[in-house]
Every structure is written in C-alpha cells, then in structure tokens.
Ligand binder design. Structure first.
Ligand code: PEP
Ligand code: MG
Length: 563
C-alpha cells in the first residue's frame, strides 16, 4: 500500500477494494479511548469480592446490550452481534479475570491482561479465530468503559453523511449502520473476510480495507472514496467529486434494473450462476437472476452433527436444492471438510497447518465411504429431479490419480464429474487433469491462498489474498486456455467471480461460467452488459502485463473503457 501526493493539496491512499461504489463526504474516525495503565496498586483483600461482582455486572450489561441490538438487526449483523455477546459471556475469559482479581489485580487491569492472553491464543490458532481478536478487544473496551462509569465506545455520529475511517471496525460498530449516514467505510486493517467486509457487503456500503496509510487523512477532511479501484483521495475539487458520485448512482440504477440471462453488450452469452449451501439459499437464488447453481457447498449438513448423516437424509437435503432449479444446472461440490470447515467425525483434531493438511478430497481419501455415501445420495436426489442438470465436483484436488479416482466414482453413478482448481499443482499439470474430467471450476479463494502462500483468513495479508495478483490471473488464464483446447468447460466459483470488473477479465480469458453469491449477480450482469466481448478479451490480455494487483485493475479498466 502506498500514498502519493499528486499536487500540494491532493493525497491518495490505496487499499484493497471490497464493495464497489463511489462516495464523497467528510471523514470521521472511530474513536477508541486510550487504554488505562496496564498495572495498578493491589486491591485490599476485603474489596476483591465486590470487584468480581462489578466485573460480572459490567460484562453482563455489555452482553445484554449487544443481544438487544442483535434482536433489532438483520441476518449477518444479528449473527455477529450475538457472537460478540457470546465473547462477553465467555467462561474461560471470565475465569482468567476472576483469578487475577482474587490475587488483588483490579478488574480493569485483569480484563486487559486476560484479553491480551486470549488474543495471543486466537492469533496462534490462526484462520477464523485470528479474525475474532478485533471482536474480543471491542468487548474489553466496552467492559472497561462500564467499569469506569463511561458510555460504551462507538462509532461517530454526525448530523450529515460521513466516510467512516477506522483501524478494523468491530462487528458491534458496523452492525446496523445506515447507508445514508455512512456513505463509505475505509479501514487500515481487515481483509476480504473480516467483519467489516461482511457487513459492508450486506449493507451495500462502498468499502476499502487494508488502507495502511489511512492516518494521512485527518478528521473532517473531505474525501473521495472510490471503492471500485480502492482509493481514498483528499483534495479533489467538489464539483469533480460530485460528478463522479452522480455517475456511480447511474451505475447503481443499471444494477437495480438489470435482468438476466447474462450477456455482453454484443450478445455473447455468459452463464451467471449462484453459490448456495442449502434449500433456502437455493430458492433465494432461483427467485433472483441466477441461471443455476455453480457451487453447492455441501458442508452445512455435516458441520453441526456428531455422526455422518444417512444417505436418505443427505438425498433429501440435496433434493431440496435441485428442486429449486427444476430445469437448470446445479454443480454440487462434495464435502470440503477440514481447515476452516472442521467436521467433528471426519477431520483430524490437531494439525499444525490445517490449510495444508487433511482437507477437501484428502478427508474422503482417508474415509472413502464418506464420499461414496455422498455420491449415492446425490445420484438418488438427481433421479428424483430428472430435469435438473446435476454436475459433481471434488474440492482440493492436487494429483491426477485423485481426479481419475473421483471421476470414476461419479461416472459409475451416471454423474458428470469435475474437479475444483484450487491448488497450483492442478494448474501446473492442467492438461493432464482436464483430460480425465468433464469440467473444471476454479476456486479462486483457495487458488489465491496457495499461490501467494497467504492465509485467506488473515486480516494482515489483504494485498496478497487478492485474486487480482498477476500470478493468480496467469494461472486462471492457463486453465481457461486448457479448457478451450480440450473443449471442457472451465468456470470460476470463488469470490473473484463476484467482482464486476474481474468478471469481465475472466470472460475475456475464456472462462465459461461465473458463480457467486446470488446478491452479486445483478452487479456482474450489469457490468458485462456494458462491455463487448472483444473489450473483455483486450482486458484479459492487458492484465498479463501488470506487476501488481493495483496495476492489473487499472489496465483492465482502461481496456474496458472504464478508466
Ligand atoms: C474457493 O476456494 O474459491 C472456493 C470456492 O471454495 P471455498 O471458498 O468454499 O473454500
Ligand atoms: Mg476452496
């Protein structure tokens, strides 16, 4: 990340764009009160019980307030608020604090020390746990404020719209933000999967994360946020900024009005599909503009159960998804257990590097019946929904024999067989893989993680876990080329497909379908309808010259006539 002074007044800060959109308003920083000193005189023995009670009252009040807000919030916002309330009630955290108070440490200092201890543990665990450190520190600040008799810290409130700036916003900060009051969010930390990003996506608020030099923007400065490219600019003439915001409103209008099926401006069809995880999300996709399902993540049924669901139970659940598209395509992904999706009866409990461990097809390789039962259930559900075009693919394939073995099992059951391209090894030998399957689908989330050697869950690595990284784009291009040469469909089903600009590049590369959260389909469809196939091809060619993700975005915009 870098900043550049364009002239004396203009300062540009760069970050990773997460939710596209343009906004212009004064900047307002989230204010966190400074922490009290880490140590304080010991409490006399006869005051320690009362101190424990004071801590319990403060933590209970924080949890209660968060739960009240969860009740009033929607979907993800409610989920994250409930989860944060759970941290305030965490028994292990309380035990640590009570133990310290009993030795004479005041509640405030005990809360600070216990929180840092848990933060270290979370960071060591990595992945999703590491992302929860912001939440835990947020709970700490709220409890401390209560113990001091102060109001809980929160986001700035103004009587005019603002661009919200912060380090990495906590869920309790972002949940329930009104798009009219907070026209954009920019954080110094965070990543594409942090709470800030999840909630900004849900609320449709333009958002940039990992803008490391954001402190260059002072409180109150008028800033132009372009979350399509990832810049925050101070010193843009007001008339120019307002023109850009108005242009963006026109883009939003196009998105609202867009109806499928997907095609470029010159009529080249583009299959736009949805990523789903169960019957309800499949029905939501069918009610929207998606033509079918490009990624049915089947983990949900396996995550909350101590034993493997029966074939009949699985078939019922898969049938619910198939029936949402009685005449459409549904690509089922077999169980992707392990790493960030632990399944109690299938995955190994302790692995030093779970993302590089026994996950995806490797789990079912150790336990083939888990896979054959699942394929039996898919075949059964497919027979009951004869109009649905069912395709099946395996996650985390990294060797040709794995691909052959999987394809054989699918074909024995009359199912179309594919693999996910998530491991660079599969791209390095793509021609050999593609010869043994009926289709491939690129999981850009994992392909980026493994290509860049960067944990996709880390809040510190957003610039590496960016699918616009030229090395990742090159691997996608090789896969698309191989697909075209062998006449095998090559789709994309990772988050990259949901980025309207990148979607144009992927289509230009020769990718045959794009699968994304169903809410993302209209923005991608609308963008594709504004460009020709030849422009997409030019963009795909142009990004091959890029040295970094920012340059790749800029070259693509230029080739598409959006610069
Ligand atoms: C991916 O890796 O891009 C993908 C679609 O799979 P998941 O995100 O479920 O790992
Ligand atoms: Mg994956």
């Amino acid at each position: 990340m870098s900043s550049e002074a364009i002239n004396q007044e203009q300062v540009v800060v760069h970050g990773t764009p997460v939710v596209a959109g343009i906004a212009y308003a004064p900047a307002a920083w989230t204010q966190r009160p400074p922490l009290p000193p880490a140590s304080a005189p010991d409490l006399p023995e006869d005051e320690r019980e009362a101190e424990i009670e004071a801590f319990d009252r403060a933590a209970a009040a924080v949890a209660e307030r968060l739960l009240q807000r969860a009740e009033a919030a929607e979907e993800h916002a409610a989920e994250v608020l409930t989860m944060t309330a759970g941290l305030a009630k965490d028994k292990g955290w309380r035990r640590e604090i009570v133990k310290a108070i009993k030795t004479g440490v005041p509640a405030i200092q005990a809360t600070m020390a216990a929180t840092e201890k848990f933060v270290l543990l979370f960071e060591k665990a990595g992945g999703l746990m590491a992302e929860r450190t912001t939440d835990l520190r947020d709970v700490r600040d709220r409890v401390i404020a209560r113990l001091q008799g102060n109001p809980e810290p929160g986001i700035p409130v103004r009587d005019h719209p603002i661009v919200l700036l912060g380090d990495d916003l906590s869920p309790a900060d972002t949940a329930g933000l009104d798009r009219n009051d907070y026209v954009a969010i920019v954080t110094q930390g965070g990543g594409p999967t942090s709470h800030t990003s999840i909630i900004a996506r849900q609320l449709g608020i333009p958002c940039i994360v990992a803008a490391r030099e954001l402190e260059l923007i002072p409180e109150g400065a008028e800033v132009l946020v372009d979350a399509s490219v990832g810049t925050v600019t101070m010193g843009v003439p007001a008339a120019e900024a307002e023109r850009l915001v108005a242009e963006d409103s026109a883009r939003l209008e196009l998105v609202r009005a867009w109806r499928g099926p997907g095609q470029t401006q010159d009529g080249v069809p583009v299959q736009l599909l949805a990523n789903v995880q169960d019957g309800p999300t499949a029905r939501t996709a069918a009610d929207g503009q998606a033509e079918g399902i490009g990624l049915f993540r089947t983990e949900l049924l396996f995550l909350d159960t101590a034993t493997e669901p029966s074939v009949a139970e699985q078939a019922g659940s898969y049938g619910e998804v198939f029936s949402a598209f009685p005449e459409g395509k549904v690509v089922v992904r077999t169980l992707d257990a392990g790493s960030d999706k632990p399944v109690p009866f299938a995955t190994l409990a302790e692995e030093a590097n779970p993302a590089l461990g026994v996950r995806g097809i490797r789990v079912t390789g150790h336990n083939p019946e888990l896979l054959t039962h699942q394929l039996d259930a898919i075949a059964e559900a497919s027979k009951k929904n004869p109009g649905t075009d069912v395709w099946v693919m395996a996650p985390m394939i990294s060797t040709v024999p794995e691909a052959k073995w999987f394809a054989g099992l699918c074909r024995e059951r009359g199912l179309k067989a594919g693999i996910m391209i998530e491991v660079p090894a599969a791209v390095i030998l793509i021609d050999r893989f593609i010869e043994v399957v009926d289709f491939v689908s690129i999981g850009t989330n994992d392909l980026t993680q493994y290509t860049m050697a960067a944990d996709r869950m880390s809040p510190h690595l957003a610039e590496y876990t960016d699918p616009w990284q030229p090395a990742v784009l090159e691997l996608i291009q090789w896969t698309a080329d191989s697909g075209r040469q062998h006449d095998v469909p090559a789709g994309v089903c990772g988050e990259a497909a949901a980025d309207p600009l990148l979607a144009c590049v992927l289509i230009g590369m020769g990718i045959t379908s794009l699968s994304m959260a169903s809410s993302a389909v209209p923005a991608v469809g609308a963008q594709l309808s504004q460009v020709t196939f030849a422009q997409c091809q030019a963009a795909a060619e142009a990004v091959r010259e890029a040295e970094d993700s920012g340059q790749a975005r800029a070259l693509a915009r230029q080739a598409l006539g959006l610069a």
